[in-house]
Design a protein around this ligand. Sequence first.
Ligand code: HEC
Length: 174
Amino acid sequence: MRNVWIAIAALVLIAPMSQGQESPGLGWPASDSDVAAVDFTIMPDGEGLPDGSGNPTDGAALYTQYCLACHGDGGTGGANDVLVGGHGSLVTDAPVKTIGSYWPYATTLFDYIRRAMPYQSPGILLDDQVYALTAYLLFLNDVIDENTVLDARSLLAVEMPNRDNFDWAYSPGN
Ligand code: HEC
């Protein structure tokens, strides 16, 4: 009897394949514009950074509008991740991972904000707005001063405080 059940189970599993189906028939083929909407990775070396620019002052206003509710006043803590502070804390018993204490590259911060934030509606920010928000958060973390205008060139020149503490197992080009 047990063998019969195994045979039936095998038939149930194999049957759909034998009907020539190549997929479970879910979803739809991605169009070129579907792909283009998410195909904008910015690399650590700045490859992929768009035109545009922004400064910390404009970023502060945008932060209040789009980010404050979850990340708190000045990025120091709200319902979600702390974005500011924690400098030097990674070697202590109470590490606080933030943009300033942890992130190795400023370029990928731009990528992350453009791709993933605001959490409930990613993709709504214009490139100038993302530059401004990146500038504001780097200013709050004492990485740039309040008058620095970020664009593709100046963002690439930003050196993050924790950059040299990463040990890369893989680096592109090796
Ligand atoms: C509705 C809540 C919400 C809003 C609004 C929001 N965020 Fe976030 N944010 C999150 C959550 C949740 C995470 C953690 C996501 C994860 O780990 O996958 C996060 C993570 C981040 C991180 C990564 C932190 C780290 O060090 O890993 C950054 C940077 C960030 N948000 C920036 C922003 C900016 C800039 C805005 C405004 C444009 C914004 N967020 C708006 C909820 C929010």
